[in-house]
Design a protein. Structure first.
Length: 212
């Protein structure tokens, strides 16, 4: 029988899907170098070879064991067993090589092993989300928005004041123009009255002179 440790394959896994074949008594491992605080998401799907039907098919009785180990510290960050199709997620705590291993719970018979086809899609994401930085960023944006709102309110208040000043100046100008018009009319009336009075006075004066 083949060793349970299997072969260790050095393959880049960042945002890459692959498939491979192995026996039911084998363990397949993939080494990936990760920075610290990096999110890794994996999706797997295992198919079992059905000799009678001559095809790969899902066997609900088959379970897949997934383990992830930090080689530098020996710390196991994932150790789970799931159905033939499932997902696993972990976050690297320390930078360095991480060993991702998969094997099934099917052991096969005394003289033969079951053949398994495994689809594996591992996505290495960006660094872990920094909530504190986001909060500080949101706080900064909030402060800037408040400053902008205050400036907009000041501008609106100044515009209202300018409109009020303009309205007051317009009313004063209209009143002044109205007074100037009435003053001109009064002056014209006074001049006309004075002229009429002078003409009548001169007429009476000259008539009086003739009578004498």
């Amino acid at each position: 029988m083949r060793s349970l440790l299997g072969a260790v394959l050095l393959l880049p896994l960042a945002a890459q899907a692959l498939h491979f074949y192995f026996e039911s008594n084998e363990k397949r491992c993939f080494m990936e170098e990760l920075p610290s605080d990096t999110i890794v998401e994996g999706h797997y799907k295992a198919l079992l070879w059905k000799e009678e039907a001559k095809e790969w098919a899902t066997d609900e009785n088959m379970g897949i064991h997934v383990s992830v180990e930090e080689l530098a510290t020996g710390h196991t960050v994932v150790n789970t067993r799931g159905p033939p199709e499932g997902r696993f997620t972990f976050t690297s705590h320390d930078p360095g090589d991480h060993n991702i291993c998969l094997h099934s719970n099917i052991t096969g018979g005394w003289l033969s092993n079951e053949h398994i086809k495994m689809y594996l899609d591992v996505n290495v994401g960006s660094s872990k989300h920094d909530t504190e930085t986001d909060l500080n960023h949101v706080t900064t944006l909030t402060s800037k928005l408040r400053e902008l709102n205050t400036k907009v309110a000041d501008i609106q208040r100044e515009q209202r004041y300018m409109r009020e000043v303009e309205a007051t100046f317009r009313d004063a100008s209209e009143m002044t123009n109205t007074r100037a018009v009435w003053w001109s009319i009064v002056q014209i009336v006074v001049l006309v009255g004075a002229a009429v009075w002078q003409m009548r006075y001169l007429k009476v004066y000259f008539e009086d002179k003739k009578l004498r």
